[in-house]
Design a protein around this ligand. Structure first.
Ligand code: AMP
Length: 281
């Protein structure tokens, strides 16, 4: 596995790989890797000749009061996990190299970025789209892998690629969870032992929603009420949102209707840590 820290060097390498006619599978991450990230890398490994992973805590996707400075980092372990998972290139650029002096170009997808996480994190998806598009131009992937964990991000990236005619296949990969249901996330490291226990209300409330739907409940407001009741049993919880939306265009739904895939997405703060989870029914 080669470690690349310079944008120009990465561009030269991917240009050469493409000239040789090889396929590149790409997994963008912010590091502090866990088995969720590794599952994306393993999928990329199966389907491509070359696998590249980026580790970049992208400043433009963090709001002024978010955790950019404190975002967890562990480069040594990231390198170890990437090598183990069969990655060929790990790209770890510096913010000053990605955003050079005077940088002033952004990619913005409108509409589907306004609800869910976009509502409480203004500018977040503009930062995500910008960095992902830049990384696509640097790495030139054949296929790029994203987790369903960030369901809105996945939908936004698919829309961006479609609408900007980027010649890249976007592959969504399932959410990897702990045995007790907690979705793996780099931010889980912020949780105290007690908060870690309380954080189970996210996956439990999704499971409850599925059970209610399976038992015939179709009114979203009624299902939401039951989910809120369950979440309120966690003493340090504060719900940011619970939304039922169409899984394709993320438009809000009022009733469960067998004709579309419903994405049930939620963001809940447990103590100071904002966690997200979702389920498609
Ligand atoms: P991040 O490092 O948080 O930006 O995540 C990088 C990629 O890993 C994104 O496409 C995430 O959706 C994906 N990812 C993060 N957590 C999980 C998980 N528990 N299961 C599957 N994919 C995940």
């Amino acid at each position: 596995m080669e470690i690349i820290r310079s944008v120009d060097e990465m561009v030269a390498i991917s240009r050469k790989i493409k000239a040789e006619g090889k396929t590149i599978g790409f997994v963008p991450t912010m590091g502090f890797l866990h088995q969720g990230h590794i599952s994306l890398i393993k999928n990329a490994r199966k389907e491509n000749e070359i696998v590249a992973v980026s580790v970049f805590v992208n400043p433009t996707q963090f709001g002024p009061n978010e955790d950019l400075e404190n975002y967890p980092r562990n480069e040594e372990k990231d390198l170890e996990l990437c090598a183990e998972a069969g990655c060929d290139y790990i790209f770890i650029p510096k913010p000053v190299d990605m955003y050079r002096e005077g940088y002033n170009t952004y990619v913005e997808v409108f509409g589907i970025t306004e609800g869910l996480c976009g509502a409480s994190r203004p500018g977040h998806f503009r930062g995500v789209c910008t960095v992902v598009f830049k990384l696509f131009n640097i790495i030139k992937p054949t296929k790029a892998y994203f987790g369903q964990k960030d369901a809105q991000q996945l939908a936004v990236i698919k829309k961006m690629v479609r609408e900007l005619n980027a010649d890249i296949e976007i592959i969504g990969c399932p959410i990897i969870r702990e045995a007790d249901g907690l979705a793996l996330s780099s931010r889980n490291t912020y949780l105290t032992k007690d908060e870690r226990e309380q954080a189970l209300v996210l996956s439990k409330s999704l499971k409850l929603a599925k059970e209610l739907i399976d038992s015939g409940m179709i009114e979203v407001s009624e299902i939401k009420e039951e989910m809120l009741r369950l979440i309120s049993t966690a003493k340090d919880s504060e719900v940011d949102y619970i939304e039922f939306v169409d899984n394709y265009d993320l438009k809000p739904l009022n009733r469960i209707d067998r004709s579309n895939q419903v994405l049930i997405a939620l963001a809940v703060k447990i103590g100071k840590t904002r966690l997200i989870d979702n389920m498609v029914v």
